[in-house]
Design a protein around this ligand. Structure first.
Ligand code: SAM
Length: 263
């Protein structure tokens, strides 16, 4: 085992996180850049710091998890969701369960809530849950306050209805409490955690698989599709693709949407 692998094993134990699931080169790069920032000379010193210093532990997790997310990210997919997927799901179930995993700063599940609100769908008829590993990003999600970069794709009429500019040195935008109240959040390690619910109508897992090894990506696709209802949808990132999707009873429908069909 080389010095970095030794560090990775120790860090996994300290952080209670299965680092084997993530692409190794990426973790090494991210670790080294944080070490530089904190003036840490080697992996041994870094592991010791992780063990002893809670704030460094938080900084490490924060640096390691890339939280980039934005409202209406890849808008074509959201158009398809609104026109094709949501109406089909509502035909099949009186109440649809939607899971954004991982949800990062909440832009993704809130975008869904805005779309459903605009479609005039009553809150009685859906549930939206956002899950993420990173407690800091979840607290941002719950606050619902965003920078310019998160809202750049929001259409003007939607922006006027659901966002309010906050005065201050930097431009910040507050999401309306009506939309905020439609989404619940939970802290969850998707790799190690157990999936309690097994009746999801729509699972959105975008820009997460890109960080995982091939093996863990397949494990995660299986874990997600096992809890997805039959004839329902799995929505992934626009640069992602599921090779051998038939193995998971998934068939690509259009753009970034796969449909689960078991015979
Ligand atoms: C790039 S963001 C994707 C956010 C959103 N789905 C999107 O596409 O805009 C990746 C998120 O994965 C989360 N993450 C990484 N590993 C995780 C794990 N094991 N369990 C849960 N969330 C994880 C990070 O905290 C980060 O918020």
């Amino acid at each position: 085992m080389n010095e970095f692998q030794n560090f990775k094993q120790k860090a996994s134990e300290i952080l209670n996180l299965d680092l084997d699931g993530y692409k190794e080169k990426r973790i090494e790069r991210r670790t080294k850049s944080l070490m530089k920032r904190y003036d840490i000379n080697n992996f041994k010193e870094c592991a010791n710091r992780l063990k002893k210093d809670i704030s460094f532990r938080e900084a490490y997790l924060n640096h390691f998890t890339i939280n980039t997310s934005e409202f209406f990210r890849n808008p074509k997919n959201y158009d398809y969701l609104r026109k094709e997927i949501i109406p089909k799901l509502l035909e099949k179930s009186r109440k649809i369960n939607i899971w954004s995993a991982p949800c990062s700063n909440g832009s993704e599940p809130y975008t869904i809530a805005i779309i459903l609100e605009e479609m005039g769908i009553n809150y009685r008829n859906y549930n939206i849950l956002g899950s993420d590993l990173d407690p800091e990003i979840l607290s941002t999600a719950k606050k619902g306050i965003y920078s310019e970069s998160s809202i750049k794709n929001v259409p003007k009429d939607i922006f006027n209805k659901y966002f309010e500019e906050i005065n201050g040195q930097f431009k910040r935008y507050k999401l309306s409490s009506k939309i905020k109240s439609k989404v619940k959040f939970e802290k969850k390690d998707l790799i190690n955690g157990k999936f309690e619910k097994n009746d999801w109508d729509l699972i959105i897992s975008r820009n997460f698989f890109i960080y995982l090894t091939k093996e863990y990506k397949r494990l995660m696709v299986k874990k997600f599709t096992d809890v997805l209802k039959n004839e329902r949808y799995f929505f992934i990132g626009s640069t992602e693709f599921i090779f051998g999707s038939e193995e998971f009873n998934l068939k690509k429908e259009n753009l970034s949407f796969y449909k689960k069909t078991t015979s």
